[in-house]
Design a protein around this ligand. Structure first.
Ligand code: PBG
Length: 309
C-alpha cells in the first residue's frame, strides 16, 4: 500500500575535489564530508557506484581564485581533470558538474562583480558568458549532465546555445531553477570555500517568501531549454517541489543541502535524533512532494540502509 518509494537509483552524491594527492580534508560543519584530491575522489566515487548510487555531482575548489573565475573554464581546471579521470575509470557512473563562478572568484560571488559609483553590483550578462564557457569545458572533459547553480538571468539559454554550438546537442541541462537565498547553505560554503567576501546573494537568489516567483523561474528555465529542474534547498521548500511537479510535470530534482545534512548529523551526534530514520524520512518526504531525483550528501549511507531493508 506504500504510495512512495525510495531507491538508490534516485540518488546523486555531491563531491568536492581539489588539487593534491591522498588528500581528505574534513569539513568541520559537515561530518563525513571531505574535500578530496582526485585519487581520493575516485575512491569515493567507486564506493558510491558500488553501493548503487548512479550519479555524482562535482564541485571544484581551485588553487587560485581571481576576478574572472578563470579556474571555472580552464581546460585543465580541477573539475575538468576530475571528470576526465572518473570517465576513464568509471565509465558507467553519471557525472553531473555544478556550473557556478563562486568557488573560482576571489570575492566569492556567483557572478562578475562591478564596482561602480553606486556600490557593487553583479554583471548578469558578463557572468552568463563565463558560465557558458565553463559548461562547454565540462562537456569537453566528458561530463554527462550540466547543472548551472548561479541563478543569473538567461543562463540556461546561453548554456544551451553554447553547448549546441560546440557540438554537444545531446548534452542535458539540470538547472538549479528555484534556488533560494538560504541560511541552509552555510556549511557548504565552508566546504567549497565560497563565502562571499562582501554583501550576500540576495540579488540573484530568491527570497524565501516567494513561491509564485519560483514557478516563474522554473517556467523560464524550461523555456530556455532546461531538461531537469531543481528546487533548493529541499526540506524547507517541499511546497515548491510539489507545485513545480504538479505544474510542469517535468523531471524534478530536490537538493538536500548542506544545512539539511548538518542538522541531522549534529542532532544525531548528540543522541537527539535517530540519524538513519530521520534521513530516510526526510528523503521520503521529498519523494512524496514530487521529486524524482534526490541530491544528498548521505547518498552512500542511504543506499546501504535501503539494501539492508
Ligand atoms: C554554488 C552553490 C551553492 C550550493 C550549491 N551550489 C551555495 C551557494 O549558493 O551559496 C549549496 C549546496 C549546499 O548547501 O549543500 N552557487
Amino acid at each position: 500500500m506504500r504510495e512512495t518509494r525510495l531507491s538508490a537509483d534516485q540518488l546523486v552524491l555531491p563531491l568536492f575535489v581539489r588539487n593534491g594527492r591522498k588528500l581528505r580534508h574534513p569539513i568541520s560543519s559537515m561530518p563525513g564530508v571531505f574535500q578530496l584530491s582526485p585519487d581520493e575522489l575516485l575512491k569515493e566515487a567507486t564506493k558510491a557506484f558500488k553501493a548503487g548510487v548512479p550519479a555524482v555531482l562535482l564541485f571544484g575548489i581551485p588553487d587560485k581564485k581571481d576576478e574572472k573565475a578563470s579556474g571555472a573554464y580552464a581546460k585543465n581546471g580541477i573539475v575538468q581533470q576530475a571528470v576526465r579521470l572518473l570517465k576513464r575509470e568509471l565509465p558507467a557512473l553519471l557525472i553531473v558538474t555544478d556550473v557556478c563562478l563562486c568557488e573560482y572568484m576571489s570575492h566569492g560571488h556567483c557572478g562578475v562583480v562591478h564596482h561602480g559609483d553606486h556600490g557593487v553590483c553583479i554583471e548578469n550578462d558578463a557572468s552568463v558568458k563565463l558560465l557558458a564557457r565553463a559548461s562547454v569545458s565540462h562537456a569537453e572533459a566528458g561530463a554527462d549532465l550540466i547543472a548551472p547553480s548561479d541563478m543569473m538571468d538567461g543562463r540556461v539559454r546561453a548554456i544551451r546555445e553554447a553547448l549546441d554550438g560546440a557540438g554537444f546537442t545531446n548534452m542535458p541541462i539540470m538547472s538549479y531553477a528555484a534556488k533560494f537565498a538560504s541560511a541552509f547553505y552555510g556549511p557548504f560554503r565552508e566546504a567549497a570555500e565560497s563565502t562571499p567576501k562582501f554583501g550576500d546573494r540576495r540579488s540573484y537568489q530568491m527570497d524565501p517568501a516567494n513561491a509564485e516567483e519560483a514557478l516563474r523561474e522554473v517556467a523560464l528555465d524550461l523555456q530556455e531549454g532546461a531538461d531537469i529542474v531543481m528546487v533548493k534547498p529541499a526540506l524547507a521548500y517541499l511546497d515548491i517541489v510539489r507545485r513545480v511537479k504538479a505544474e510542469f510535470g517535468c523531471p524534478t530534482a530536490a537538493y538536500a543541502v548542506s544545512g539539511d545534512y548538518s542538522m541531522i548529523k549534529a542532532a544525531a551526534a548528540k543522541g537527539w535524533l535517530d540519524e538513519k530514520a530521520a534521513t530516510l524520512e526526510s528523503l521520503l518526504a521529498m519523494r512524496r512532494a514530487g521529486a524524482d531525483i534526490l541530491i544528498t550528501y548521505s547518498a552512500v549511507e542511504v543506499a546501504g540502509w535501503l539494501r539492508e531493508g
